[in-house]
Design a protein. Structure first.
Length: 325
């Protein structure tokens, strides 16, 4: 029997598969099904401070006669939203035996810590910080933005006893350097990468619309490159591959590149818990064929440090023939 267990951000997981934060992980029946299928951990749907503020502003705008109500509404909605989220964490903890990781997205410095402490008290096993804001200020440089993120991670990590993970975007100028900074500020793992809402244009109706929210299989390639590089250059921090994780083959590739875990989302929407079952079957077949007994036997086997030609990870331009290396 192959050993698929992993230690991720200090938590013991029975498999490297994680149900990513989504609407599915706010539904108890879905979470139970994922756990039965063999998922190693659950990341609860993110709690967004922005959503709370937007709701308060919307309701307040409908009460123009009472502008002073805006502050009251914010605090009321904040309290209500957090209460519901904490109850959800407790329900999921009671329903499954796998680690439960909460997820928050804030943009007020003080709220990160306030939300995080309440989540820890609710019994979450870990916390994933899902942060990113579109940089629109032309007077702010990238160092200032990254410094703000690092400071948030440092403050949250110091205020909690549970481990902290950070879900990042693929748009940072120096990803290995930024991950190394996150590690120095207390992050135990980094999720690579966040897949954001994207706008699109409907040319028939000439209007803005939302692009398809689901990932497609080939999207895993960006993560594969950076997992392979960062796992070699920044030891001592766990990496979780996200986006494009549709089957066991992709899971195996990410682990070979150096990932500790992978996070599944679109495949769970499309195939349900069977996506987990099939991925685990694929991993076992691969390990049997290759003679591996533990995931550690092949984790990082093909990362930046362990292949004969590391330029395969570095090459970003096509040269002469398509795909020549």
């Amino acid at each position: 029997m192959n050993n698929l267990s992993v230690n991720y951000m200090g938590l013991s997981l029975s498999s490297p598969l994680i149900a990513a934060s989504s609407g599915l992980t706010s539904q108890i029946d879905k979470v139970v099904a994922f756990a039965k299928a063999g998922v190693g951990a659950i990341v609860v749907k993110s709690l967004f401070e922005e959503q709370i503020i937007n709701e308060a502003e919307f309701i307040s705008s409908r009460s123009a006669d009472y502008p002073e109500s805006a502050d009251y509404l914010y605090h009321y909605l904040r309290s209500s939203s957090i209460s519901k989220y904490l109850d959800l964490i407790k329900e999921i903890k009671a329903a499954v035996q796998v680690p439960v990781i909460a997820s928050i997205n804030c943009y007020s410095p003080g709220e990160w810590i306030a939300f995080a402490k309440e989540i820890e008290n609710a019994g979450a096993d870990g916390l994933e910080l899902n942060f990113y804001s579109l940089p629109l200020n032309i007077l702010k440089n990238s160092n200032d933005i990254e410094k703000q993120y690092l400071e948030v991670v440092g403050k949250v990590s110091k205020s909690l006893k549970i481990p902290v993970s950070v879900k990042i975007a693929s748009t940072f100028t120096n990803i290995p350097g930024f991950v190394n900074g996150l590690k120095a500020y207390g992050a135990k793992s980094v999720v690579m990468f966040n897949r954001f809402y994207s706008p699109d244009i409907d040319i028939k109706k000439v209007r803005m619309i939302a692009a398809n929210a689901f990932s497609y299989e080939e999207e895993y390639l960006t993560e594969l490159r950076w997992i392979g590089i960062v796992s070699a250059l920044v030891p001592g921090i766990d990496l979780s591959a996200s986006t494009g994780i549709h089957n066991g083959t992709t899971v195996i590739k990410q682990i070979l590149a150096g990932a500790t875990t992978v996070q599944m989302c679109t495949s769970l929407y499309q195939k349900g818990a069977e996506a987990i079952t099939h991925a685990i079957e694929d991993i076992n077949l691969f390990m049997d064929a290759q003679g591996f007994e533990n995931l550690s036997d092949f984790r990082g086997k093909l990362n930046y440090s362990n292949i004969e030609n590391p330029q395969r990870f570095e090459r970003v331009q096509f040269m002469k023939n398509f795909g020549e290396l």
